[in-house]
Design a binder for this molecule. Structure first.
Ligand code: NAD
Length: 396
């Protein structure tokens, strides 16, 4: 079939298998071009199909020849209906990993559930014995709690007062003012339940209880801080409360891993266009200005560049991992450079519908958004008939 993008707001309802495959291949080539990393050899990635999780899986496999198990939650393709991009990405990743002689198996299901944790436990026992790195990279708007069966929804709201600022509709370039009402009722607790550290800890507890973590095993989860302008809706908002909880959980997990000499880290990553970040108001405008400034300075990075640098210049240098005053790894350092932030804030003040395509990188934002779904990927012929039915290599 011919597959075209069908967007609705910040989501795209279709995705293109060849485009997704090409994206994965490009990321693999990037990692290979940067050379070998003395990293972990048996890696579990939770949230492995898109964004930072996919980049982590690719970096482990193609930077360190690691065996990888990926956990993700995506829609497989059915006759006449494309699957979700994470499904196609994972199929492409497995295909390339197998070609390179690397172990790669994936589990598609709800990572928050006991059933999926058990499936992963069984798979590690059967195939790998133990893992030495666990990447936790889930981004989800909902979580069904495994104990109570209750479904929690996260919200993206400020705390305490209404937040009013500029935002952009990245499809039209229309810059407008948006007001977001503050969290109410159980919004904060619910968001912490979905995006905080409880599930990360449950995963690590389950793995440790079954002796599936090797001596010195490491686990890394991803967080974000960002500039003052997004603080009310991000870091000081409901999602920030969840990130505070995630970051605090790293210390709890580290305590628990002491007996095996293991450690839990949070890495603060750069703002990037992913399915998770396009849903947050105000962030797309910030990202389009940030991209412009960072590209002009020659320091722009995507997920794969970020994670390749996280592995090669933070996690696996052979030296002690540098941490900030709160014990976090910072790979958002280039985003947070003073000159970058000053320039972005100057642009922010003047940004309007009329000048955004000039002063910001709206095109870059939009391209990255389409790329997430396998569209507008250079070298892909979108007029060519494509088979939407793609099998998962490890399921064959
Ligand atoms: P993403 O949407 O690209 O990826 C989310 C992944 O989680 C996908 O693989 C998806 O399949 C998986 N997933 C979601 N719900 C699941 C479930 N119930 N069970 C199993 N898998 C599930 O998101 P991302 O932007 O790469 O975010 C990953 C992490 O990085 C998040 O913690 C996010 O806060 C953090 N982060 C993102 C940014 C950014 O700008 N995008 C910046 C810094 C940190």
């Amino acid at each position: 079939m011919i597959i075209e993008p069908r967007t609705r707001g910040f989501i795209c309802l279709t995705s293109h298998p060849t485009g997704c495959e090409q994206n994965v291949k490009n990321q693999i080539e990037y990692v290979k071009s940067k050379g070998e990393i003395e990293g972990a050899k048996k890696v579990l990635v939770i949230g492995s199909s898109t964004g930072f999780g996919l980049a982590s899986r690719i970096t482990s496999a193609f930077g360190s020849d690691a065996a990888t198990i990926g956990v993700f939650f995506d829609k497989p393709s059915t006759e006449g209906r494309p699957g979700s991009p994470g499904y196609y990405n994972t199929a492409a990743f497995e295909k390339e990993a197998h070609k390179a002689g690397l172990y790669a198996k994936s589990i598609n299901g709800d990572a928050f559930s006991n059933e999926i944790k058990q499936q992963v436990v069984d798979l590690i026992k059967k195939d790998l014995g133990q893992v030495d790195l666990v990447i936790y990279s889930l981004a989800s708007p909902v979580r069904t709690h495994p104990d109570s069966g209750k479904r929690f929804k996260s919200v993206l709201k400020p705390i305490g007062e209404v937040f009013t600022n500029k935002t952009v509709d990245f499809h039209t370039g229309n810059v407008s003012e948006i007001s977001i009402n503050p969290a109410e009722g159980e919004d904060i607790e619910n968001t912490v339940t979905v995006m905080g550290g409880e599930d990360w800890k449950m995963w690590m507890d389950a793995l440790k209880a079954e002796n599936l973590l090797s001596e010195g095993a490491t686990t890394v989860a991803y967080s974000y801080i960002g500039p003052d302008v997004t603080k009310p809706v991000y870091r000081n908002g409901t999602i920030g409360a969840a990130k505070d909880h995630l970051e605090a959980t790293a210390f709890e997990i580290t305590d628990e891993l002491k007996s095996i000499g293991g450690k839990a880290y949070v890495s603060v990553n750069k703002a990037l266009v992913t399915q998770a970040s396009s849903a947050i108001p105000v962030i797309p405008l910030y990202i389009s200005l940030l991209y412009k400034v960072m590209k002009e300075k020659g320091i722009h990075e995507g997920c794969i560049e970020q994670i390749q640098r996280l592995y090669s210049e933070r996690l696996y240098t052979g030296e002690e991992i540098p941490l900030d005053e709160k014990g976090r790894i910072r790979i958002d350092d280039w985003e947070m450079y003073e000159d970058v932030q000053e320039e972005v804030m100057e642009l922010w003040k003047t940004a309007t519908t009329e000048n955004l395509s000039e002063i910001g990188d709206l095109e870059g934002y939009s391209n990255d958004f389409y790329n997430l779904f396998g569209f507008k990927v250079p070298g892909v012929d979108y007029d060519k008939d494509v088979n939407e039915m793609v099998a998962m290599p490890s399921e064959k």
